[in-house]
Design a protein around this ligand. Structure first.
Ligand code: NAD
Ligand code: LMR
Length: 342
């Protein structure tokens, strides 16, 4: 859980305010696309982290006000704003974790792949700057279509000679957050305890919740499995339709991305017990990238967790085979785009 650090001491008896403004660790985090629907609440949540000493907010416009606003929260990190390509290098120098929610969101009737033409170039250019300025950083890609933007990022890093597959992550935490919420509601479980691994990718049927691996173990009827799987796969579209043209998930996404940032920082800080699902380079299947649970460590992905893919139910096994052609095509589309540029 996100360890928020905004507990107020203003209610103590002597009315003295004893804020401890020293960060517990000194990690630097950059958010690229920080003035957007995800970027703003995400920046706020990262500002709450006691593990962050410096928070760098970058966008092509409107980031000055966001940074000024967030900087007034009396939590440890120093907030700085960076606007436009000329300030990107300074934003990135010395940064430990770069989070990228830059790009356009869906409108009703669109697939995530419909965003490819605009977002592919944005991710390519931002990751190229990451390669030049903070090649050792963890890179969290949120921009859609994640199934293609992560392979694009990998190719750009390879072209720059700095690709470390252990440090490149497609953020699929929102799929896990949704699965946990929907399963807890459906099975009347205590939300805090529920953990459902979600594997595959981050679009439509490539999102595969492994309900049989739910912890604590729960039993589902065939009807419940079908209903929950489809709801988790379509949850992004559920939000896009409810927002009716005003964008896609931003607040739940910011929550999920903040959880993934916090997990990464805990791993960087030496916590040996950090596990998250993420879309990463993988040899768990024949596909070069695949979302699964991973163990995070100081150097990034310390281990993939193969046991989640063992002993699948017939429903899950079928769904896994069915998602592979679409996921493969999206990965190849990303790679081809990045290779065409050179
Ligand atoms: P938004 O339009 O509200 O914000 C995007 C921000 O990116 C804007 O502030 C814009 O100025 C900025 N931007 C555009 N080009 C840029 C560039 N070259 N450099 C830096 N910043 C740039 O969109 P949003 O709702 O925040 O969504 C952002 C992206 O995240 C979309 O692609 C969306 O599909 C994706 N998304 C992914 C997930 C996931 O689970 N991975 C969930 C929700 C949304
Ligand atoms: C989501 O899952 O909410 C995001 O990928 C945004 C979208 O387009 O659905």
């Amino acid at each position: 859980a996100l360890r928020a650090s905004f507990a107020s001491k203003a209610q103590t008896q002597d009315r003295t305010i004893h804020y401890n403004l020293q960060p517990q660790a000194s990690f630097r985090v950059a958010v690229l696309g920080a003035a957007g629907g995800i970027g703003q609440p995400l920046a706020l949540l990262i500002k709450m982290s006691p593990l962050v000493s410096d928070l760098h907010l970058y966008d092509i416009a409107n980031v000055k006000g966001v940074a000024a606003d967030i900087s007034h929260c009396n939590t440890p990190s120093q907030v700085r704003d960076f606007t436009g390509a000329a300030e990107l290098a300074n934003c990135l120098k010395g940064v430990d974790v770069v989070v990228i929610p830059a790009g356009v969101p869906r409108k009703p009737g669109m697939t995530r792949d419909d965003l490819f033409n605009i977002n592919a170039g944005i991710v390519r250019d931002l990751v190229s700057a990451v390669a030049d300025n903070c090649p050792g950083a963890f890179i969290h890609i949120i921009s859609n279509p994640v199934n293609s933007t992560v392979p694009i990022a990998a190719e750009v890093l390879k072209q720059k000679g700095v690709y470390d597959p252990k440090k490149l992550f497609g953020v699929t935490t929102l799929d896990v957050v949704r699965a946990n919420t929907f399963v807890a509601q459906r099975k009347n479980l205590k939300l805090i305890d529920v953990d459902v691994p979600v594997v595959g990718g981050h679009a439509g049927i490539t999102i595969l919740p492994l309900l049989s691996k739910t912890k604590p173990s729960a039993s589902f009827t065939g009807e419940e499995i079908e209903e929950l799987t489809v709801r988790i796969q379509n949850a992004g579209t559920e939000v896009v339709e409810a927002k009716a043209g005003a964008g896609s998930a931003t607040l739940s996404m910011a929550y999920a991305a903040a959880r993934f940032v916090e997990s990464s920082l805990r791993a960087l800080d030496g916590d040996g017990d950090v596990y998250e699902c993420s879309f990463v380079q993988s040899d768990l299947t024949e596909l070069p990238f695949f979302a699964s649970r991973v163990k995070l460590g100081r150097k990034g992905v310390e281990a993939l967790i193969p046991s989640d893919l063992q002993g699948l139910t017939e429903y899950e096994q079928k769904a896994l085979e069915a998602l592979k052609p679409e996921l493969k095509a999206s990965i190849e589309k990303g790679i081809a785009f990045a290779q065409k540029q050179t």
